[in-house]
Design a protein around this ligand. Sequence first.
Ligand SMILES: Cc1cc2nc3c(=O)[nH]c(=O)nc-3n(C[C@H](O)[C@H](O)[C@H](O)COP(=O)(O)OP(=O)(O)OC[C@H]3O[C@@H](n4cnc5c(N)ncnc54)[C@H](O)[C@@H]3O)c2cc1C
Length: 315
Amino acid sequence: MSYPIVIYARKVLNGLLLDRAVAAGCRVERSRVTSVDTAGARVRLTANGEQRESDFVVLAAGARNQLLPETTALGALDLEVTLGYFVPTEEDIIKVKFLKEFEGYLWSFPRADHLSVGICAKLGQNPTQQLRAYLDEFVRDEKICMEGAKFFSHVLPSPEAATLRGRRIVGKNWAMAGDAAACVDPVTGEGLYYALRSGDLLAQALMDGQPQTYPGRIRAAFSADLEFAANIARRIFRGTFLGGAITTRMVQLLNHSPAFRDLIRDIFSGAQDYRSLKKRLWDQLGLTFVQISRSMLHPRGILSASRQPRREPQS
Ligand SMILES: Cc1cc2nc3c(=O)[nH]c(=O)nc-3n(C[C@H](O)[C@H](O)[C@H](O)COP(=O)(O)OP(=O)(O)OC[C@H]3O[C@@H](n4cnc5c(N)ncnc54)[C@H](O)[C@@H]3O)c2cc1C
């Protein structure tokens, strides 16, 4: 990786965020909200059987909730299912595997004291038993020792372009952020950055006394890029290039071209957005082909050429 990626246990990351909120003056209350009524001048919500009132409510309760009647819940086309195992073993490489004719991927991500192994795919496209069979085959192929493994499953947004463009995420006294607002990369399923950024942009809109500007701010910051990603997601997973699957061609290009490898590194670390990706691909097309030809003729030369000095990470 040209920029290091950081792996946090979710409990630690969430704890850090809550600590910051408390330090900034928030009062944290741990209770489940069962209803929200935004019809009146003030918002009324029920938590732990008690009624509360507030000026404004921000819903950041994940992909699956129907607490706000003024907007539509995310449907099967906008959702993705993930299932996997937390395995108490140590590894030091990230693995990602694509399957033929399958919109999604398998992964094995090392964490501090365990491995997260899983699969994600559009909800409703593949029966859960099928996903589980793919996952179990992956675990066997990778020879992962499953002793003490804990199963997990979760539903995430995988928004269609029209949803990102048209779904209501703000009203006169309410707004949604993070997964609730479908702020997730439809290709990779990553949503942590967008959850934090959407919260940040919403806070700025509220401080300016202009909550209605929130969707425009999100669009300018990242949702137009996510829309672009939603339009190309299917092609990335199922499309073909030069007679082979795009994902296969990508892996082959990675092996033969340092320029292409740099590009993929930047995508993984979030330094390359989707909208300028096409231009960069075109701009470096010539170089990529030169490197591929050279690599085929002198495979050792290209390996040493790829060992470039590391760039400093962005702050
Ligand atoms: C297995 C897996 C791996 C992932 N890996 C990555 C990754 O590597 N990188 C990345 O960027 N993203 C990743 N994601 C996506 C990322 O986790 C989400 O996009 C992100 O957590 C969204 O944050 P959020 O705060 O909007 O929602 P969530 O993290 O889902 O938090 C919602 C919170 O609301 C609470 N809640 C729900 N309903 C109520 C209620 N009625 N009352 C009170 N509280 C309620 C929930 O308990 C939860 O604490 C992964 C997701 C999964 C499932």
